[in-house]
Design a protein around this ligand. Structure first.
Ligand code: ADP
Ligand code: MG
Ligand code: MG
Length: 304
């Protein structure tokens, strides 16, 4: 069970005199939970997701983003040393954050040609596993000391790091299982990247990426935008499967209440002017649907 803890997060555009966008965000998401983050256009939702992922366009000026892991988070075969359970994500590169189990869908680079979804996904999985091995490799020189302090034998760690990458045949099996889980057509994975995926198919790919990478926490930014009702249902079923079958925590950023009929949130948060100003249960989203955001703004600024 991993916990992502965002504390008093302030961020601005990484330019001289860059505009301040995040003004003290507090938010905690645990694996297995579904959170909806709502808010008017321009309130800072996408910026927050990019700051969590480590996007270089933003500079964090205050606050913390912590990831708290538990033994067993990477499977029974992967031992996480006690001194590597807590991570300050702001000190890590984007790929290191991903390797620790934070997922934000990446856009496919337009220049990739002739690569199938299958190869792309296998490469992404292997890159993640390799990066994770590096993060958990013993720091040079610390080994003897660590063994002495904790009685921890380093050799099982080396067992982890030497496992090597997921081969083609093994990956086919993983992919098959994940596509069954998501109720996706197997032919999908044989297609080429950028070969005319529809908007809805791109969103399904996003869920498939998350199924393959098995993150602890997935941030889905407007995955419901532009979907017709059938696709919305497919994508929603996929998101529910990520939570139910993999225990992934979901931070679902959405402008509309509609997807929340299918992916029922445990918690709903409202972001306004770069802060989470109100949190509640699923009924809060319904209230927003009825009344819009103005009442929240009034409530916040009247009591402030
Ligand atoms: P949301 O996702 O809630 O609609 P965003 O996080 O995309 O909001 O944007 C919040 C505000 O920050 C907007 O006013 C937007 O124009 C501004 N902003 C976001 N990213 C940048 C950037 N890289 N450079 C300049 N302004 C930005
Ligand atoms: Mg500045
Ligand atoms: Mg946005």
């Amino acid at each position: 069970m991993a916990t992502l803890e965002i504390k008093n997060l302030h961020a601005e555009v990484a330019e001289e005199d860059g505009e301040q966008i995040l003004r003290g965000v507090d938010l905690t998401v645990r694996s297995g939970e579904i959170h909806a983050l709502m808010g008017p256009n321009g309130s800072g939702k996408s910026t927050m997701s990019k700051v969590i992922a480590g996007h270089p366009a933003y500079e964090v000026t205050e606050g913390e983003v912590l990831l708290q892991l538990e033994e067993g988070d990477f499977g029974d075969d992967f031992q996480i040393p006690e001194d590597k359970l807590t991570w300050n994500l702001l000190e890590l590169e984007p790929n290191e954050r991903a390797a620790l189990g934070i997922f934000l869908a990446f856009q496919y680079p337009a220049e990739i040609e002739g690569v199938t979804m299958t190869n792309f996904l296998r490469t992404a999985l292997n890159a993640k596993l390799e990066e994770r091995e590096e993060l958990f490799e013993d720091d040079e020189g610390d080994e003897a000391e660590e063994e002495e302090e904790s009685g921890y034998d380093t050799s099982p760690m080396e067992g982890n790091v030497d496992e090597g990458e997921v081969g083609v045949a093994e990956f086919q099996q993983i992919l098959k299982e994940k596509m069954e889980l998501l109720d996706m057509d197997e032919k999908f994975a044989q297609r080429y990247l950028n070969a005319g995926f529809s908007g809805g198919e791109k969103k399904q790919n996003e869920v498939l990426q998350a199924a393959i990478l098995e993150p602890s926490i997935a941030v889905l930014d407007e995955i419901d935008s532009g979907l017709d009702i059938d696709r919305l249902q497919d994508v929603s079923n996929g998101i529910n499967a990520l939570r139910d079958e993999q225990g992934t925590g979901i931070l679902q950023i959405t402008h509309y209440q509609r997807i929340l009929d299918y992916v029922e949130p445990d918690h709903v948060h409202i972001m306004l002017d770069g802060k989470v100003v109100k949190s509640g249960d699923a009924s809060l989203a319904e209230e927003l649907e009825d009344k819009g955001y103005d009442w929240v703004r009034q409530e916040v600024y009247e009591t402030a």
